[in-house]
Design a protein around this ligand. Structure first.
Ligand code: AMP
Ligand code: GLY
Length: 425
């Protein structure tokens, strides 16, 4: 079978790597892909904002399965468009993807279905924010309703600064585009867990849990990024917690979407805060996480293509996934200056020796091939992902491989997994 993957990041590189391991797959095409993906798949250019161009590509390639990586094409309705042409595609429809594309919709949905989440108000004007804000205590979280590539969340230390932030989102001053709705939220405290599951619209199969490190600096300091590293172990959640999250959060979400006439089939990524009053939903994503996927797929023993097809065909009730019980970690190397401005076009050295380290896979994010040589082409450049019997072993392997890699200005956090490794854990 030919598989088409839409996207160009580390997530798509890991998906391409996992799909290639399936005995049923004869060819992997990735659009647009990147320098690293080009080593495992045929890359073809496409604009991920252009639904018609993606449809033309899929019609020309006639893949047996298309997998959509990022949120942007989902938000534009790529799944609906491919389904209309009779093509098999893994991912939610535009209406179901609203769990990610509208934070206001997601919060009101959680409330309608009595699924645990922090207090909130959805506001359509500065005047509404002024009224609502009286009911919140600092710190207050202010979010733009739509997709903002991780930049739409502002944590404010007072009601006054929260009001200013909301004003900045409505005027367009903060994100460049004016928000139509702003969500005000209670600030939740605890450890964050990325809980991903596959759904066929009715049934849910969980993946193993992961923990992301969103801040750029060690000790979780500095601005938010797309994610600087992730680890995954079974111990990330207390015994029984997976079942609790399935029963009280994941299953009611899938059931609620089906009841509302917008069944969700695809990967539901539940961003959880493990608070003193239990797990609370911070956000949903309607896709695989990046870099969570890199760390999850190196632990997956089952055939990924079989699992994704079971989700498309409504067969998840009969599907069980098999995982490696050890641990995995993914450490991201970024361009100096990221998430601010940074240089690109710099040669990357040492990838050959890095991949010699046992258990290691280097998945590329922002890289490109220039005359057969890899150069940097983005903020997050690549991620070193390692599996091991324990988290300590996985991290040691990832950092050993990372020490082999070099490009000018290269930066990575040296404390990925610090919460799990702290004494007492
Ligand atoms: P989101 O895009 O909604 O996941 O927000 C990005 C990040 O902001 C989350 O991963 C959290 O680290 C933080 N965040 C979002 N909402 C809250 C909240 N209500 N309380 C505390 N932190 C939050
Ligand atoms: N790692 C966070 C995300 O994929 O949204």
């Amino acid at each position: 079978m030919k598989v088409l993957i839409l996207g160009s990041g580390g997530r798509e590189h890991a998906i391409a790597w996992a799909v290639k391991r399936s005995e049923r797959v004869t060819e992997v095409v990735c659009a647009p892909g990147n320098g690293g993906i080009a080593q495992v798949a045929r890359c073809v250019p496409v604009n991920l904002k252009d639904v018609e161009a993606m449809v033309r590509l899929a019609e020309a390639e006639q893949p047996g399965l298309t997998i959509v990586g990022p949120e942007l094409p989902l938000s534009l309705g790529i799944v609906d468009a491919l389904q209309e042409r009779g093509l098999r595609v893994f991912g939610p429809t535009r209406a179901a993807a609203m769990l990610e594309t509208s934070k206001g919709f997601a919060k009101q949905f959680l409330q309608r279905h009595k699924i645990p989440t922090g207090n909130f108000a959805v506001c359509s004007s500065v005047a509404e924010v002024e009224k609502a804000i009286d009911y919140f205590h600092a710190p207050i979280v202010v979010k733009a309703d739509g997709l903002a590539a991780g930049k739409g969340v502002i944590i404010c230390s007072s009601r006054h600064t929260a009001q200013e932030a909301a004003q900045g989102l409505f005027s367009g001053e903060l994100l460049g585009e004016a928000a139509e709705q702003v969500v005000i939220e209670e600030f939740l405290e605890g450890d964050e867990v990325s809980f991903l599951c596959l759904s066929d619209g009715a049934n849910v199969v969980p993946l193993v849990p992961a923990q992301d490190h969103k801040r750029v600096g060690e000790g979780d300091t500095g601005p938010n990024t797309g994610g600087m590293g992730v680890y995954s172990t079974d111990e990330l959640l207390e015994p029984g917690m997976t079942e609790w999250i399935l029963k009280h959060i994941a299953e009611p979400t899938i059931q609620g979407m089906a009841e509302e006439g917008t069944p969700f089939a695809g990967v539901l990524y539940i961003g959880l805060m493990m608070t003193a009053r239990g797990p609370q939903v911070l956000e949903f994503n309607a896709r695989f996480g990046d870099p969570e996927t890199q760390a999850l797929l190196v632990r997956l023993n089952s055939d990924l293509v079989d699992a994704l097809e079971a989700a498309i065909d409504g067969r998840l009730a009969q599907t069980q996934l098999s995982w490696n019980h050890g641990a995995s970690a993914c450490v991201i190397a970024s361009s100096g200056g990221y998430p601010g401005s940074y240089k690109t076009g710099l040669p990357i050295l040492g990838l050959g020796s890095a991949s010699q380290v046992p258990g290691v896979q280097v998945f590329h994010s922002g890289t490109t091939l220039v005359g057969g040589k890899l150069h940097t082409a983005g903020g997050r450049v690549l991620g070193v992902t390692a599996a091991g019997d324990s988290l300590k072993e996985a991290l040691a392997r990832a950092y050993q491989a990372m020490a082999e890699i070099h490009f000018e200005g290269m930066y990575y956090r040296r404390d990925i997994g610090h919460r799990a490794l702290k004494p007492g854990n």
